[in-house]
Design a protein around this ligand. Structure first.
Ligand SMILES: Cc1cc2nc3c(=O)[nH]c(=O)nc-3n(C[C@H](O)[C@H](O)[C@H](O)COP(=O)(O)O)c2cc1C
Length: 192
């Protein structure tokens, strides 16, 4: 099977642009040789388990893309299987743009960043939202965030269609306070 991310993303319009700017042949070779990248493996699951945020693009009824930032404790985007992820949406979210957009288009795009290691993962999928009372107990347990008092009102499922790792160029290294504290602590340890 060819590379599913490219299969989905290289539409006729994209292929025409590649043709025009001279990259079509190289990318066709990549599409047919790499992949399939249609199911998360151990590497992707481990990467996702460490992320404390991701960007989520949905598409509205009029074709406008909408990008939302989601944050939480590391691993709050749970990998439930090689082709399924889920996260909680809480009571009190009144805007519901991402949630509402799914009614006419369930296609989503995620980008997950690892700034310290200059890595990024893109995921394409189909998203659906279920009321918390209607989902299996094990899924509710899986998405529950320890120490969170907010009530999980919805569980958001993402069925993975394809993923792609991107090149590290142009990713500036950035650290959270706790990542930086760890680095400092280990460098002090080395000095003593
Ligand atoms: C009680 C409560 C808890 C929330 N928790 C989170 C959270 O953990 N992470 C987050 O990114 N946004 C959180 N939000 C903000 C929005 O609910 C969140 O950005 C949501 O994705 C917006 O949904 P939409 O994209 O469908 O409009 C919270 C909001 C409320 C009211």
């Amino acid at each position: 099977m060819s590379h599913q991310f490219a299969e989905i993303m290289f539409t006729e319009d994209v292929k025409s642009a590649q043709e025009e700017y001279g990259s079509r042949e190289r990318l066709e070779r990549f599409t047919s040789m790499a992949g399939p990248n249609d199911a998360l493996g151990e590497r992707e699951a481990a990467f996702i388990a460490q992320r404390d945020s991701f960007y989520l693009a949905t598409v509205n009824k009029d074709g406008w893309p909408y990008v939302q930032h989601r944050g939480g404790p590391p691993g709050f985007l749970r990998v439930l299987g090689s082709q399924r992820m889920a996260y909680p949406d809480f009571r009190g979210n009144t805007q519901l743009v991402s949630v509402g957009n799914l009614s006419s288009n369930d296609r989503v795009s995620l980008i997950l960043m690892d700034y310290p290691n200059r890595r990024r993962l893109k995921v394409l999928g189909h998203m659906r939202v279920e009321n918390a009372y209607a989902v299996p107990e094990e899924d509710l347990t899986a998405v529950a965030l320890p120490g969170y008092t907010a009530q999980v009102e919805r569980v958001v499922y993402i069925d993975v269609a394809a993923f792609d790792w991107n090149c590290p160029q142009y990713i500036t290294q950035r650290y959270t306070e706790s990542e930086w504290a760890e680095i400092e602590a280990s460098s002090h340890g080395e000095q003593s």
